[in-house]
Design a protein around this ligand. Structure first.
Ligand code: NCD
Ligand code: ZN
Length: 366
């Protein structure tokens, strides 16, 4: 029997960390192979919260797009206390910016410039609602003011954010388009299922693939990320909504490279998954019989475009059901970045017929 092949419109990644400078030479080419456009997170060491930094960052990204490839970075602004209404207006007029990212202060990597109290950004949110800029949310609440121990348990942070902040946002800004990024819990799934049409969510490969048990295995030593990977019932709910064809959930890999050294020394939060991301989604959708019914294509190629108001891409990407052996790590110049799968094998691979894609989706695999 011939190996199964599937072909879909080339997807966009609605949540990626490309980082900056030298590392763009690694992250941008691998992103371009898999994705036609990508929502680029603004959490650089110096947050991207004004148009001149944004345009310079965008140019550095574009300078790393391999010749002959089409790639469009969908830029985002970081909501800091320095973000202004005029910047939002310029952002909208530029046509380069899809939305703004809300990081609760200190919730994750490079989020120290974030905002803990949304009452501090009422004018920003109102303007975004009026301009039709999307609010991209890292939905985790860190502290409980009413609890003497303060810090909320890591597994409850998403739920507490949804309970305490989402109702305020929705009541005050009923027409604001919101993406709850990288949802990780059954609670968030149920929230999205019952929310209105202007609220959507992205789901990462790692939250669909792993559970908290995996974090305590050999491969798991690099799996720390925000929000943390949760239990099997949470994963079950994420798989259920992702594979169901539900229109307001879609791909967003949250691929976030950290070096092995950063992981070992500081246990930095973030998982790099760009080379395997689509293969992992495929593996899961295949396991739950959700390819032939069209739900894989919806989640990967169309739901996000519809929510963002983008066309479906003309380019195609093709995959074949045959083993893919993941490298343990990716080496680029002096950077060593652990892979999401470790040296494990999965059962889907890129189809070699893709003219701009191949098995060695990367350089210097180990
Ligand atoms: C991201 C990063 O490394 O920039 N880390 C992560 O754990 N996901 C930031 C983020 O999206 O939270
Ligand atoms: Zn992220």
């Amino acid at each position: 029997m011939e190996n199964k092949v599937i072909t879909i419109p080339k997807p966009n990644d609605y949540h990626i960390h490309l980082r900056d400078n030298e590392l763009l030479g690694f992250t941008v080419p691998v992103c371009c192979k898999n994705y036609r456009k990508a929502t680029v997170m603004p959490n650089l060491e110096k947050p991207v919260d004004n148009m001149s930094d944004l345009i310079e960052y965008r140019n550095r990204i574009l300078n790393n797009v391999p010749l002959g490839m089409n790639f469009e970075p969908l830029m985002t602004l970081y909501i800091t206390k320095n973000l202004t209404i005029n910047t939002l207006i310029d952002a909208k007029n530029s046509g380069l910016v899809v939305g703004c990212k809300l990081y609760p202060a200190n919730a994750t990597t490079n989020s120290s410039y974030g905002i803990s109290d949304i009452n501090q950004i009422n004018d920003i949110l109102k303007t975004m609602e009026d301009l039709g800029l999307i609010l991209l949310i890292h939905g985790e609440q860190l502290n409980d003011e009413n609890d003497e121990y303060g810090e909320i348990d890591i597994i409850d942070r998403e739920k507490e954010f949804i309970i305490n902040t989402m109702p305020k946002l929705i009541t005050k800004y009923p027409n604001l388009k919101i993406v709850l990024e990288h949802i990780s819990s059954e609670f968030a799934v149920k929230y999205i299922e019952n929310s209105s049409d202007n609220i959507a969510a992205t789901i990462t490969p790692h939250h669909l693939y792993y559970t908290i048990n995996d974090i305590f295995t050999k491969t798991g030593k690099y799996l720390n990320c925000c929000p943390v990977i949760k239990g099997r019932n949470d994963r079950k709910a994420l798989i259920r909504i992702a594979t169901s064809g539900f229109p307001r959930v879609f791909i967003g890999t949250d691929s976030a490279p950290h070096t092995i050294q950063q992981k070992q020394e500081n246990n930095n939060a973030g998982i790099f998954n760009t080379p395997e991301s689509l293969l992992i989604y495929l593996e899961i959708f295949d396991k739950y019989d959700s390819i032939d019914n069209g739900n894989f294509e919806k989640f990967i190629s169309t739901n996000g475009a519809k929510f963002y108001g983008l066309p479906i891409n003309d380019e195609k990407l093709s995959f074949i059901k045959t083993n893919y052996q993941s490298p343990n790590q990716y080496n680029y110049n002096n950077f060593i970045i652990p892979s999401m799968l470790g040296d494990n094998t999965i059962s889907w691979n890129y189809n070699n017929n893709n003219n701009n894609n191949n098995n060695n989706n990367n350089n210097n695999n180990e």
